[in-house]
Structures are given as C-alpha cells and as structure tokens.
Write a protein that binds this ligand. Structure first.
Ligand SMILES: Cc1cc2nc3c(=O)[nH]c(=O)nc-3n(C[C@H](O)[C@H](O)[C@H](O)COP(=O)(O)OP(=O)(O)OC[C@H]3O[C@@H](n4cnc5c(N)ncnc54)[C@H](O)[C@@H]3O)c2cc1C
Ligand code: FES
Length: 327
C-alpha cells in the first residue's frame, strides 16, 4: 500500500452522473489485486477532510515512467490516438461499443492457467468508476487532466486468491451479481477468471439504463449478461435478483460460485438465493469509512464468531467476505 499524490489523466463523464477517473500511478497499479480498493483524498479542500473509498475498477498499461510531469500525463490523455501510439492513449480514446447489441464471446481473452493477467505487464493507470452522490464525489467530478489527488492504494485483501480460485474452478460457472456501481468491484476478478478459461455470467441491475455503466469493459469476460432495471428502460423490469432466481431455478444441477457487490438489500437477496440453492457466495461489502487502514473501526460489520458474533473491519478483513460469515 502506498500513499501517493497522483495525476489525473482523464475524468470521463458517463451516463447517470457516473464518471470514469483515470489516474497515473504505476507502483499502485502494479501492486493492485482483484477486489481491492483505494481511498481518494481531494487536495486543498479543507471542507472534505476524509478520504473517499472507491473500488479499483481497472488497471491499465500506459505511461510507465513515474518521472513524467503532470503536463506529460495531460498531453498523453488528451492527444488523439494514432496508429502506433501507446496502449494508454489508445485505451483512453477507444470507441464505445453497445454490448447489448453484440454477441458476447470471451474466447479470445481466455489464457488457461494465467492467473496474473488481470493486471497488465506494465501497469501504470488506475481507473475508478464512481457515481456522484454527495459533496466528495461532486468535487471529484470537477477534476480534470493535470489535477492531482491523494491516493492511498491498494487497500483491503480483495478476493482470497487461492480459495476463490479453487471454488471457481470447481464450479460449472461463476455468477457475478452487480447492483449499479457495485460492478466496479468485480471487473478485475472477472478478467482474472477469464484468463484461467473459466465460464462467467453477469447479472447486472440498476434503477435505470443510465446506471448500467462499466458493462462494456465487463462484456469480453462474460458468456452472457442479464440486465434488469427498476423502470424497465433496459432488460427485465424489476430487481436483478429476479433473472438470477430464474437462472438458479432452471439450473439446479449446476454448481455455481456467486460473487456479488451492490446495495445491502441486493446483497441480502442474493445471499438468500445462494443459500437456498446451495451455492458458495462471496460478497464485496461497502460501509462508511474513516481511515481505510484498520485503525478507526468505523467500517466494522457483524460477522459470525464466538458467542453472539464478533466484528470485522471492511477495510482490512474485507471488503470481500464469504457470505455465510456476514450477519
Ligand atoms: C470498499 C468501498 C468501495 C467503494 N467503491 C465505490 C466505487 O467503486 N464507486 C462509487 O461510486 N462508490 C464507491 N463506494 C462508495 C463511495 O465511497 C461513496 O459513495 C462516497 O464516499 C460518497 O462520498 P460523498 O462525499 O460524495 O458523499 P457523502 O456526502 O459522504 O454521502 C452522500 C450519500 O452517499 C452515501 N454514502 C456515503 N458513503 C458511502 C459508502 N461508503 N457506501 C455507500 N454509500 C455511501 C451516504 O449514505 C449518502 O446518502 C465504495 C465504498 C466502499 C466502502
Ligand atoms: S475505515 Fe477505519 S478501521 Fe476501517
């Protein structure tokens, strides 16, 4: 974990008040593992003292030289991509694709046995996918290329590499269940599992179609994506747990590993389905955080333990837990 001041390369507005923030931070990018998160500090803002926790959505190759100046980063992010330009430039200016219209095929990305490929060889860019919900995220939305933020990352233990890999390998399919911005916690894991040649399916819910961000990036790793919106503007009308339930009920003989991140109500409903159909389930939990480092205990949640249960810190023992552990 490093406490660095890093440069903003791009802060791309998406639909529904969501943004994709690209930060130049080679050593933090290199240290990142699937399921980990970062704490963002807005510099020079005495009115927003606490850092804001954000899942590390993606780690990308790019400008590997940490000695680059902020102006270099700014130029790299805003220059139009040209044949032979660096991967970072091409990635940051890539054309959007409508994954709901195109068939999903992850065969090209499946590299059997390669566990490390969730993180590219020369990682340099950390991407955070966030939604504006309050003062801190509203100020984050004002960041532009060349600005700086404090970034404490990577934090948390993320997915339990060996244990979840073994369960994923033993399953017929990995089912990702994401509610809105919860998808940010799952992309790196999906890429890692796809690299090992494992079959995956995404159940993705939002209030409206504008909440379905990050799905373009996820699409290469999922054999199928089932979408639900509460207003019916895309996919099934209602909660995402409905198509999930239908799939589980129609495939009772199959063994799944479920991985979920989203609002607590969605997590609760997902875990209830996992229990009912007898599948292992990992949940990436979110809670209000003070320090992100295991010191303030502000993020503690109740878990099963001795006596009436005990507490664990989302920032340190989590954010990923086996579902049966969480009360
Ligand atoms: C491990 C972890 C990973 C996260 N990953 C992401 C992510 O990838 N993208 C993203 O957009 N958000 C993520 N969050 C939530 C994010 O931290 C909050 O939305 C953010 O801190 C709100 O800051 P604010 O100043 O804008 O809002 P505040 O003014 O502090 O609060 C505004 C509203 O947001 C709610 N809120 C505040 N903090 C949290 C929180 N920690 N979790 C849920 N709701 C909160 C409040 O209840 C309130 O309704 C994550 C949280 C955790 C703990
Ligand atoms: S946020 Fe301080 S202990 Fe987790």
């Amino acid at each position: 974990m490093y406490d660095d001041t890093v440069a903003v390369l791009e802060n791309r507005p998406l639909t529904g008040g969501h943004f994709l923030l690209s930060l130049h931070s080679p050593r933090q990018a290199k240290a990142t593992r699937p399921g980990q998160f970062a704490m963002v500090r807005l510099l020079g803002r005495s009115d927003v003292l606490l850092r804001r926790p954000m899942s590390i959505f993606d780690v990308r190759p790019g400008i590997a030289d940490c000695r680059l100046t902020i102006d270099d980063c700014k130029t790299a992010a805003t220059e139009p991509s040209a044949p032979g330009s660096s991967p970072a430039k091409r990635e940051l200016t890539g054309e959007p694709r409508d994954v709901f219209q195109s068939p999903i095929d992850n065969r090209q990305s499946a590299i059997p046995g390669n566990r490390q490929s969730a993180i590219p060889e020369a990682p340099a860019i950390i991407q955070l996918l966030y939604k504006v919900v309050g003062r801190g995220t509203r100020l984050m939305a004002e960041l532009g290329p060349g600005d700086q933020v404090g970034l404490l990352a990577p934090l948390g233990h993320g997915f339990f590499a060996e244990e979840y890999f073994d369960r994923a390998r033993a399953a017929d399919e990995v089912l990702h269940v994401a509610g809105g911005i919860g998808i940010a916690a799952l992309l790196l894991a999906a890429r890692q599992l796809a690299a090992a040649g494992l079959r995956q399916r995404l159940f993705f819910g939002g209030r409206t179609r504008d909440d379905l961000v990050g799905v373009d990036e996820f699409a290469p790793y999922a054999h199928e994506i089932a979408v639900a919106t509460e207003d019916g503007s895309r996919g099934h009308r209602g909660y995402v747990t409905r198509p999930l339930e239908e799939y589980l009920a129609g495939n009772r003989r199959k063994k799944f590993l479920m991985m979920a991140c989203g609002p607590w109500a969605m997590l609760e409903a997902t875990v209830e389905r996992a229990k009912r159909y007898g599948h292992a389930c990992l949940v990436s939990m979110e809670n209000r955080m003070g320090c992100g480092l295991g010191v303030c205990l502000g993020c503690s949640i109740r878990v099963h333990g001795t006596g009436h249960g005990t507490y664990e810190r989302v920032c340190t023992e989590g954010p990923v837990f086996w579902a049966e552990k969480v009360i």
